[in-house]
Design a protein around this ligand. Structure first.
Ligand code: AKG
Ligand code: FE2
Length: 436
């Protein structure tokens, strides 16, 4: 996924020149050690990623490879994408066994004055976050046309020639920001125990609480000669960021109510939240299960809302341990609890392992909004959630630490499907997670 910036929100606007903004962004990114918030790169792996996403290396870009295969210019998928047998998904993109447990919840009572309906809503949310960790959100008030426009612009972006897309990337040439995904990102290795390039490409924007987002710079690099497209792209994603932040903050309020805790404790984590808007394109693959769209992982932030096109592929590993695909619900955001929320709720709300598999025919496109808590706030559960029956599960940590030192430690010791949160568990027998 994506990169987070610790720059304060005001830093996203107001730079007179493109160079100034560029410089500032690079400096900002260098100044933080968060790295890529979602990608787990084992040490030494970065070089491989940089090489793999070399502008010359068209064969390391999943979209390009997919195109060449479709056009018959390439006979087989390059080895770098092939997932070792033992790490491959066995469940196809349209295996929905288990999907019936994922509820669709209408959050419109959150905007109305009906306390009874609100109470039911809050109960439904609590139940879903405690059991499946995933749910579909409808009745969110996000403009339907804007969803479609954002998806259409995503398709346009991913349809650009690779060389052009790479110009809108922060991972190349002098603009290299180590390990970070901002703007366009060519196919990376993500959550790597599987050690293969994932079958996807991405585009990342960083936004703040006010809904501002750093889109202008990338649009200028992607469409230097097409002002109309550039403006329209920027307009759509700025609007998208404003609405998605609003939906996220509404969800945050509902989650606080669902936990029945003093809202003050929670509010402190969301004074300067960051939203990472991440578009992911998953091209078709001839033998879909020999590659992986996105390796199994838990999201790190507070929670994520995912807008999916009509093509399924997001899979979760349910309580029974069985993987299944989530059927996209038109007009809905797919919500998932992430690690920070699991820690803040003292384990009551659960972050689940998920991944993405691809299919033979249809490109999949998603727009994820990752909501992250303030980087420097010490994450501790609300006192009401800790008692004799519910002892404290995780030690205190900051989100910044979670994405830097804890993450590095986890990378060295974590298994394929390991959970990074286990590395801050208080009763963990794992010596690497103790005495920190
Ligand atoms: O694209 C999707 O369906 C899910 C993406 C995801 O899980 C992630 O980027 O963390
Ligand atoms: Fe995820």
């Amino acid at each position: 996924m994506a990169t987070l910036s610790v720059e304060p929100p005001s830093s996203m606007g107001g730079y007179g020149t493109r160079e100034g903004l560029l410089e500032k962004q690079v400096a900002g990114a260098r100044g933080n050690d968060l790295g890529d918030a979602m990608s787990v790169l084992p040490r030494g792996e970065l070089k491989r990623v940089e090489q793999a996403s070399d502008p010359e290396g068209h064969l390391a870009n999943a979209a390009e490879v997919s195109r060449l295969l479709r056009e018959g210019q390439l006979k087989e998928v390059p080895q770098a994408f092939i997932v070792p047998e033992e790490s491959r998904a066995k469940e196809a993109y349209n295996d929905f066994s288990g999907d019936q447990d994922i509820p669709t919840i209408d959050i419109s009572p959150a905007f109305a004055n009906d306390s009874e309906a609100q109470e039911h809503l809050v109960e439904d949310i609590a139940r879903a976050c405690e059991s499946t960790g995933f749910l579909h959100v409808v009745g969110h008030g996000f403009p339907e046309q804007l969803m479609k426009d954002a998806q259409a612009h995503g398709e346009k972006l991913f349809a650009l020639p690779l060389d052009q897309k790479l110009k809108g990337s922060f991972a190349h040439g002098n603009k290299l920001v180590k390990g970070q995904r901002r703007g366009y990102s060519s196919t990376p290795t993500l959550f790597t125990p599987a050690r293969a390039l994932v079958w996807q490409e991405g585009f990342t924007l960083i936004g703040d609480r006010s809904g501002q987002v750093d889109v202008d710079l990338y649009a200028e690099m992607l469409w230097p000669h097409d002002e109309k497209q550039r403006q329209s792209f920027c307009e759509v994603y700025k609007e998208y960021a404003g609405h998605s932040m609003r939906v996220c903050l509404t969800l945050k309020d509902l989650l606080v109510k669902a936990l029945k805790v003093d809202s003050k404790h929670f509010e402190q984590y969301f004074e300067q939240p960051t939203q990472v808007l991440h578009l992911t394109g998953y091209p078709p693959a001839p033998n879909p299960l020999e590659v992986m769209g996105l390796n199994p992982h838990y999201d790190h932030g507070a929670f994520t809302i995912i807008l999916q096109n009509e093509v399924p592929g997001l899979q979760i590993r349910g309580k029974s341990g069985k993987w299944f695909s989530i059927r996209p619900v038109p007009g809905a955001f797919c919500f998932t609890v992430a690690d920070t929320l699991q820690a803040l709720s003292n384990g009551r709300f659960k972050s689940y392992l998920h991944r993405v598999v691809v299919n033979k025919e249809k490109p999949r496109l998603t727009i994820s909004t990752f909501l992250a808590v303030d980087f420097h706030k010490v994450i501790e559960p609300a006192p009401e959630l800790v008692d004799d029956k519910h002892p404290r599960l995780y030690r205190s940590f900051t989100y910044r630490e979670y994405l830097s030192s804890i993450r590095l430690k986890a990378i060295d010791h974590m298994s394929d499907s390991g959970h990074m949160l286990d590395f801050v568990k208080l009763d963990s027998p794992d010596p690497t997670s103790r005495n920190q």
